[in-house]
Design a protein around this ligand. Structure first.
Ligand code: FE
Length: 345
């Protein structure tokens, strides 16, 4: 649905008038929160209704693609009704920060609950859930699967590897993390080796990489765990019937650990309902919301000690890479340069 046709847009048109003194008044008294979200999961609905139930704060939601939401917030400028931007991936959170659409906040709750490596250095964005970006392979064709990301580029896997395009944020953040963990030179050699090993030109989303393994187009790929857990839990077209042939590896368990893809958000730069916005982020860090990220969308809670759902637990225990994601985010331009240099489409 195009954003301009959304009924929520109409509801928000009145909120847009809340500027200056009116916005200051609203910050103290308003019972509303304007949420811009690019999380594309139906299950998030319950996160919002639980927040409304416990606080009385009504959520007006605008959903769209992350880059469109960021551009919209920029275009709206000081009159933007946006209170919160929720999105996925460290690269995107950093993009929002660099676009000037977020603001720094002080929250003792978030400082205490969200691990330091999952927060922006300037407190402009915070991670609330994670997904491990791991290696999947065809058990019937691959007897010795790669044990880490670097090995995916080993010439012995030539013609076997499927991967997403370099324009995708998951790809960008993974390479940015490899730069952080192994240095730019090793990262470039890895990217070149990956291109040499591709079974097909990079295409499709994470689920398509898994479908590529099922269809036999490739034998090895990389995807976020929640797509796989979802297919284990319920029917996913072209996937669920042949799941038993797909094996998975949590990479780099003897080294840095599995790369974690972050989902998070921050308070909008011109949030008219700033207090409500901070209350909402603090709610996302609560045990109840954290459990729901796992139960509703097969993610890993960002807050340590919160239990994962049954379908996520089925994937097994593993060591997560705890690299500082704020540092990783700063490597994204370098990652993009490497992608261009090695011709990763
Ligand atoms: Fe995703």
């Amino acid at each position: 649905m195009p954003l301009s046709k959304s009924p929520l847009t109409l509801a928000l048109a009145t909120t847009t008038a809340l500027t200056g003194a009116a916005a200051a008044w609203a910050d103290g008294h308003s019972k509303e929160l304007n949420l811009y979200s690019s999380r594309h999961y139906d299950t998030d609905e319950r996160l919002y209704s639980d927040f409304t139930e416990s606080t009385g704060i009504k959520i007006n939601r605008i959903e769209g693609k992350a880059d469109e939401l960021i551009a919209r917030m920029q275009a709206e400028g000081r009159n933007s009704p946006a209170d919160i931007l929720l999105t996925v991936d460290t690269s995107r959170l950093e993009r929002a920060k660099n676009a000037g659409v977020l603001q720094s906040i002080d929250s003792a709750v978030l400082e205490e609950k969200i691990p330091a490596n999952l927060q922006d250095d300037d407190n402009q964005w915070f991670g609330f859930s994670q997904r491990a970006r791991i290696i999947f392979y065809d058990k019937t064709d691959v007897s010795a699967p790669p044990a880490d990301y670097v090995s995916l580029a080993d010439p012995k896997y030539k013609g076997l590897v499927c991967h997403r395009s370099s324009s995708n944020v998951y790809s960008q953040t993974l390479l940015a993390a490899i730069i952080e963990n192994h240095g730019a030179k090793a990262a470039k050699a890895w990217a070149q080796g990956m291109v040499d090993n591709f079974a097909r030109d990079p295409e499709g989303g994470d689920t398509d990489q898994l479908r590529g393994i099922v269809s036999g187009e490739c034998d090895i790929s990389v995807a976020n765990t929640y797509y796989f857990a979802r297919a284990l839990r319920r029917e996913v077209k072209g996937l669920s019937d042949d799941m038993e042939d797909i094996g998975w590896i949590f990479p780099a368990q003897d080294a840095e650990g599995a790369h974690m893809n972050l989902s998070g958000g921050g308070v909008a730069a011109n949030a008219p309902n700033r207090k409500n916005a901070i209350a909402f982020l603090e709610y996302l860090a609560s045990d109840k919301a954290q459990e729901y990220f796992s139960a509703g969308n097969d993610e890993f809670p960002a807050v340590p000690g919160v239990e994962v759902s049954e379908s996520v637990a089925k994937l097994g225990q593993f060591k997560a890479d705890e690299v500082n994601l704020s540092a990783v985010a700063k490597n994204v331009p370098e990652a993009q340069k490497i992608f261009n240099e090695v011709g990763w489409k």
